[in-house]
Design a protein around this ligand. Structure first.
Ligand code: FES
Length: 159
């Protein structure tokens, strides 16, 4: 069960609701961070400060957790996040050409977010599915055997 967040609700209120729902145990930190990440697209400094005060956990610890896990981010991302595998097996399977096409189609370089905040383009190390490389993940969707020609069509599935 997750906490319902109303439009425009401030981060202090959201953190309060999440902690009321999950409890103050340190073991609940990751589920709380996951919910904040999914509701806001990232974990802001304000969120970290608020959690720190309410759960009595040092901000530095929360920050290190929030930056350790790939599914969490402390930077504001676009509506859709692309993670392109840049490890060697995907690279030799044609990844470089796909990566170049992706950057061209989006007009973005590694780590950038589009001005309309629709896309964030990131790279990742091996996703464990090298047999179907080149591989990329868009939000929670994984694409394998991607060719440069497929890139525009794949991107068009995201509004
Ligand atoms: S190298 Fe790309 S998924 Fe393993």
């Amino acid at each position: 069960m997750t906490v319902e967040v109303k439009e425009g609700q401030d981060i202090q209120k959201v953190v309060q609701l999440l902690i009321e729902h999950h409890g103050h145990e340190k073991s609940e930190l990751i589920p709380i961070l996951q919910e904040i990440n999914s509701k806001f697209g990232y974990i802001s400094d304000d969120a970290i400060t608020e959690i720190s005060e309410r759960m009595n956990i040092p901000s530095s610890h929360i920050y290190s957790v929030a930056t350790f896990y790939r599914m969490l981010s402390t930077e504001r991302h676009g509506q859709h996040v692309i993670q392109f595998c840049e490890s060697a097996p995907c690279h030799v399977a044609g990844g470089r050409m796909v990566w170049e096409r992706l950057q061209k189609e989006l007009g973005l370089k590694k780590g950038e977010t589009s001005e309309d905040e629709k896309w964030t383009l990131l790279t990742t190390s091996c996703l464990g599915v090298c047999g179907v490389g080149p591989v990329m993940v868009i939000d929670n969707d994984i694409y394998g055997n991607v060719t440069p020609e497929q890139v525009p069509d794949i991107l068009s599935h995201y509004s």
